[in-house]
Design a protein around this ligand. Structure first.
Ligand code: SF4
Length: 422
């Protein structure tokens, strides 16, 4: 599958960089979870010093090629751009991407010797890799426990139409070769397995399971789970054959899998079926726009009631809804309309209603959703055990996971060097 977005030309980048106002308080930088010095890198684009621009970004962020492509800028840096008040925000992510597309990964690799203790990082996704890089820069020896390919969700699930495999692999390899002391292909399930050998532990296992939709017919042939399909698509395997598919959910994963299914077979009807309205969709605006562009349709205010079929899926019975009171997240709840059931004819249903955490580390305290509870400094209830990324936040973004990895590394160092609880 081909990448959809094209990188800026030199002229486009120059025009966009010229629009930067160099605000005194740099609100864009504060809004970027990794605090990339945005005005500084834009200044380097203006002087055509792309190598310098790359160094500025990568000093703050280890996964800059990935975020240059998939960061939801409208929720972060661009949302705070002062130019919004004048005309349109500066296209910060696209400038970010322009730099990475026109330079090679290189860093100031004059690292201090790795003479400090070994730190166990359980999970080799964005949070784990960011934590490893920071710890190695402080002189620690990060050991990453990961059974799959390093890189987490971007490596294993994000569609090649948004993040080509070679880009993401190159970046994960770079962090691995330069900052990770060792990768161990072992599943760690309890703290006792690590206690003796490691000075501290960072849990960054992410969310590996998917939530089930508890309605009749959810075990029929033709019912799939979104992440299983995304993994298959990312690995290059062919997707199952179906002609009319309903994707149940309203988050980024639902919209992403719908786009992948439509792009793989443009003749296939793909509809996202969501129980709330347009405004309540959790997926990022850019992903929704891309899905509509490739031909995905949306069925709003439809509550799934039953998957119909004998052995195979033949349709989905839904109840029409209207929007009622707001829930604690501020989104209005769907209220079923009596006697409004109707059937959407389908030959496949994809469930994409959310993810859940696998329960390892029995001594580590979790909340009702299974997410690890941490202090402001990302320490769990067990001393010397830190956690970050999706296993703490729930499903989040690469740049938020990177921010957690950096913060955890700083606090691990404080804890080990100053004996402080954080
Ligand atoms: S990492 Fe994301 S939020 Fe930060 S500057 Fe890049 S695009 Fe913006």
């Amino acid at each position: 599958m081909e990448e959809i977005e094209k990188t800026f030309s030199k002229e486009q980048a120059a025009i966009e960089a010229e629009r930067c106002l160099y605000c005194y308080d740099a609100p864009c930088e504060t809004a970027c979870p990794a605090h990339v010095p945005i005005a500084e890198f834009i200044q380097s684009i203006r002087t055509d010093n792309l190598k310098g621009a790359r160094e500025i970004i990568q000093e703050a962020h280890p996964l800059i090629e990935t975020c240059g492509r998939i960061c939801p800028e409208e929720s972060f840096c661009q949302s705070a751009c002062t130019r919004i008040k004048m005309d349109t925000p500066i296209k910060i992510r696209e400038l970010h991407r322009y730099i990475t597309d026109n330079t090679d990964p290189s860093e100031n690799l004059e690292l201090v010797p790795a003479t400090k203790g070994k730190i166990a990082i359980v999970g080799g996704g964005p949070a784990g890799l960011a934590c490893a890089r920071e710890l190695r820069r402080f002189g620690y020896q990060p050991v990453v426990f990961e059974k799959k390919q390093l890189g987490g969700v971007p490596a294993n699930e994000i569609s090649a139409t948004r993040l080509p495999e070679e880009i993401e692999k190159k970046e994960a390899r770079f962090v691995h070769h330069n900052f990770v002391s060792e990768v161990k292909d072992t599943t760690i399930k309890s703290l006792e397995e690590l206690d003796k050998e490691y000075s501290a532990i960072f849990i960054s296992t992410g969310l590996s399971g998917e939530l089930n939709l508890d309605i009749p017919g959810n075990n029929l042939d033709g019912v799939y789970y979104s992440r299983e399909l995304l993994k298959r698509a990312k690995s290059g395997a062919k997707l199952p054959h179906f002609k009319r598919v309903g994707v149940i959910g309203g988050g980024n994963v639902a919209v992403e899998v719908a786009s992948v299914l439509k792009i793989e077979d443009p003749l296939r009807d793909v509809e996202v079926i969501y129980r709330r309205g347009t405004k309540e969709l959790k997926a990022f605006k850019k992903e929704i726009e891309e899905a509509i562009e490739v031909g995905v349709t949306f069925q709003f205010l439809a509550i799934p009631k039953k998957i119909e079929g004998d052995k195979r899926v033949e349709g989905l019975v839904v109840t029409r809804a209207h929007l009622g009171e707001k829930d604690p997240s501020g989104r209005r709840n769907p209220v079923p309309i009596p006697n409004s059931d109707f059937v959407i004819p389908l030959d496949a249903v994809v469930i994409a209603i959310g993810q859940k955490a696998d329960v390892y580390f029995p001594k580590v305290e979790r909340d009702a959703k299974g997410l690890v509870k941490v202090s402001d400094g990302l320490m769990a209830n067990v001393k010397g055990v830190f956690a970050g990324g999706d296993i703490v936040r729930g499903a989040s973004t690469v740049v938020e996971c990177v921010a957690d990895g950096k913060k955890a590394a700083q606090n691990i160092a404080k804890y080990l060097e100053g004996g402080k609880n954080v």
